[in-house]
Design a protein around this ligand. Structure first.
Ligand SMILES: Cc1cc2nc3c(=O)[nH]c(=O)nc-3n(C[C@H](O)[C@H](O)[C@H](O)COP(=O)(O)OP(=O)(O)OC[C@H]3O[C@@H](n4cnc5c(N)ncnc54)[C@H](O)[C@@H]3O)c2cc1C
Length: 429
């Protein structure tokens, strides 16, 4: 099967996070045809799962809502979810791309009424909650999901639960016999906006992420703080559901470390500074946040945010790379050991929850990229030798949302130049 609108004047954008959406919209609003493919069931990427954004502390829904409105109003963008690139061949201005589309088992008749979810009994790990909670096997990805359509987990297809979901749907939206599809496209340029993934915290053995329930990652903390998250926005620690009030934030968990990621992930300092304000919001003056850091990296306008957090009496800064974490058996608390490099004294400090500011690595690490794609030593995409494929946002470097949007706009412009040139040459023949 091939998507009929695709020609060598079409731009393919891979990844539907904030960067992919931006690149697609910028190109589409210039009149170019765009196909936006997203591996998950919904657009939004990792930012849709954040509680608030630094530096303004607004909700990600604002930015996402604006982009979704632009997207819904633009007929030049075609969105394909649950789709992944299998191969790219060809050259600048003339690529052939093969996509693999997984079945959603729910078609466009879905009104998101939720009756299918009520009908099924099976539960799965919620794919949007980093394993912190379960969801029914028929689910809406998240509150801002686009397309606004439920998904049926493949595990219930062929089971009585699948049949129950089908019977509960009044709109004939459930297709239990949906099959995987392979789609071939002709496109002129490709924008890789595949984003980032968190470094596997379990690899940092001294911090015990895989041994201690109350050592969590900064992404999990975003979900705990979120009113739509697994604890309804309460900072409840995983081991016993106790409210966490004395929280340690460990910087450079995996980053700037020869044994893990060599690069600085840039965002983690800002993310932890932001998260201290979640503690303040949840616990008021009683909250205690301690940031253990090598040095705080905040630049430009983000420095003001750092200065503001420094004034907060509930936040303490300890200049130290934490050496190890031990469990305090009786309380479930954690004891952090290390040396404070301002004064060179040893500490053994107790906290009721530890949040690891895990590094960002390219999501494209581990997938087979086209042979002409050039990556840096960490795997971030720099571009393609032939000049018709570009990286946008966190696929190119660990960037915050503002810089991701700038990078995506630049990638869109480069892609437009490629397809524009192709159409001019063809028009001149
Ligand atoms: C703990 C933490 C907190 C943060 N808080 C903030 C903040 O407050 N403010 C801020 O500005 N920034 C923040 N950031 C950074 C922010 O998350 C990134 O700037 C943002 O996610 C970059 O967006 P992106 O679209 O480039 O990548 P992503 O959000 O990673 O989106 C990439 C998309 O591509 C899809 N994809 C991946 N591979 C494929 C494939 N092969 N085929 C199809 N689709 C694919 C993914 O499913 C995903 O939807 C934070 C980061 C961390 C770690």
């Amino acid at each position: 099967m091939s998507v009929s609108i695709a020609t060598n004047q079409t731009i393919l954008v891979v990844g539907g996070g904030v960067s992919g959406m931006t690149a697609a919209l910028e190109a589409a609003e210039c009149g170019k045809q765009v196909i936006l493919v997203e591996r998950n069931s919904s657009l939004g990427g990792r930012t849709a799962l954040m509680y608030r954004y630094f530096p303004k502390m607004c909700h990600p829904t604002c930015g996402l809502e604006i982009n979704l409105r632009r997207l819904k109003g633009n007929r030049n963008v075609r969105v394909l979810t649950q789709a992944e690139v299998d191969s790219v061949s060809g050259e600048r201005g003339n690529y052939t791309v093969t996509l693999k589309i997984s079945p959603r088992y729910i078609n466009q008749n879905c009104t998101a009424c939720g009756e299918c979810a009520k009908a099924v009994e099976a539960e799965i790990d919620n794919p949007y909650e980093y394993g912190l909670s379960k969801t029914r096997a028929a689910y809406l990805p998240h509150a801002m999901a686009y397309p606004l359509r439920y998904v049926l987990d493949p595990s219930i297809v062929g089971t009585p639960d699948g049949e129950k979901a089908k019977a509960a749907c009044k709109y004939n939206a459930i297709e239990l016999d949906m099959l995987p599809e392979t789609v071939e496209l002709k496109v002129g340029a490709v924008v890789w906006a595949t984003g980032w993934k968190p470094y596997d915290a379990a690899k940092i053995h001294p911090y015990g992420y895989d041994r201690f329930d109350n050592v969590i990652t900064s992404l999990e903390f975003e979900r705990l703080a979120n009113p739509h998250g697994p604890t309804g926005g309460k900072l409840l620690r995983p081991s016993d559901g106790k409210e966490a009030k004395n929280i340690a934030f460990i910087q450079c968990a995996g980053s700037r470390d020869e044994n893990h990621l060599r690069h600085c992930s840039r965002i983690c300092c800002m993310a932890s500074l932001k998260q201290t304000q979640y503690v303040r919001e949840a616990c008021g003056e009683e909250g205690r946040s301690t940031i253990y850091y090598i040095d705080i990296r905040s630049i430009d306008r983000l420095e003001d945010f750092y200065l503001k957090v420094q004034q907060d009496p509930t936040v303490k800064f300890v200049k130290s790379k934490v050496a190890s974490i031990k469990l305090h058996e009786a309380s479930g608390d954690l004891i952090l050991h290390g040396v404070d490099t301002e004064g060179y004294h040893r500490y053994a400090t107790q906290h009721d929850l530890v949040v690891l500011a895990v590094g960002m690595e390219p999501e494209s690490n581990g997938i087979t990229l086209p042979a002409d794609i050039i990556t840096d030593s960490s795997g971030f995409i720099e571009g393609a030798a032939g000049g018709g494929q570009f990286a946008a946002g966190a696929a190119s470097s660990p960037l915050d949302v503002n810089r991701s949007v700038q990078s995506a706009t630049a990638a869109a412009l480069r892609a437009i130049q490629v397809v524009h040139k192709t159409s001019t040459i063809e028009g001149g023949r």
